[in-house]
Design a protein around this ligand. Sequence first.
Ligand SMILES: Cc1ncc(COP(=O)(O)O)c(C=O)c1O
Length: 413
Amino acid sequence: MTQPPRTRDANTREDCEALDRADPLALARAQFTLPDGVIYLDGHSLGPATHAALARVERTAREEWREGLIRSWNTAGWIDLPRSVGAKLARLIGVAEGDVIVTDSVSVNLFKLGAAALPVAKSRTIIVEDSEFPTDQYVAEGLTALSGAAMMRVGEHQGILALQQTGGVLIRSIVNYRSSDTVDVAAFEEIARASGGVIVWDLSHATGVLDLRLGAKGARLATGCTYKFLNGGPGAPAFVYVHDELAGKIASPISGWFGHADPFAFNAAYAPCEGVSRFAAGTPGVLSLAALDAALDAFENVDLKHIAAKTGALGDLVIARADAMGLATISPRNWTKRGGHISLLHDQGYAIVQALVARKIIPDFRAPNAMRFGVAPLYVRFVEVWDAMDQLADILETRAWDKPEFHARSKVT
Ligand SMILES: Cc1ncc(COP(=O)(O)O)c(C=O)c1O
């Protein structure tokens, strides 16, 4: 494993400048178009635009949609985008190129994969931890109500034990959205196989910040967001991974025409196509897919070991500075056990985050008290983390957060 730069030795802003000069990913930043003066630490919610993605949306809309019209499904390759963008994504999660497609949202894909996994699991039980992202829990509830499977909601870190005991279907994030805790995928998959259970992995917070190598670790089913650390744009479609060996044995519960073996034959009866593409359902959102396709080019030729190491180093710097301010963290201190954000706790976290945003430093907040600082390795600089932490220290010391406008809650936090 590539060691992260020694951020423990970064005691000054100049030390951080030196880390930026030595950063093998430093050049990637030029591909992003961030607003002037903004320090963006919210890539775990919505990644920023790349120049290439903006240009591609413009081209797809003006040339392919306006000029090409319906012909563009063939001439501009729109019809192949779910698979070709999936192939780009496959490298980032470490699986075979043909085993990934881009389609629907994570919520919808969790439903499809959970339902598909039930018939091949030893028991008809859906397991989810109560610390899991809410949509994962809600989908598990809805799916059990509809399918008649048993619902097991268990405490944090208890999911794998429940899977071992029941051999059911576990829905599990690789990186927890609140704490940033990661999980040992290979060990979990070993337990799943031994018990006859199946794991549906949620990669939403993991892709783009870790060297996942899911294939080598035995993962069989996964879905994840593309609008966070993959920078696909607001509401960009999610992806589905199904290991080829399993794909022929399972079926999507949404038997839509885009998962049909021959959609343009317009047969009355449904016949699923080969492989992961059977998890496509309806017509894909081409503008979003095009943006994502171009955004993923920022990862081209990037070594995933460097990605993971820099994510770890930036996170270490956040934690070291937070320690000095007396702020507690719920994120693991060991960088190999953490994703791409650090959660710092404060009762006034919401107002503090608003005070930071007013100073053009953008993290986010998760109720009741977690301030999340995202450290996306392609565009966040060490010196920016240093400056952001200086501002955080000042806001805490001067109580600058204690103004009525910083306490007013918006719809989206
Ligand atoms: C772990 C996790 N899963 C799922 C989602 C939501 O997925 P979607 O809105 O694409 O259904 C999120 C969104 O932040 C998430 O953090």
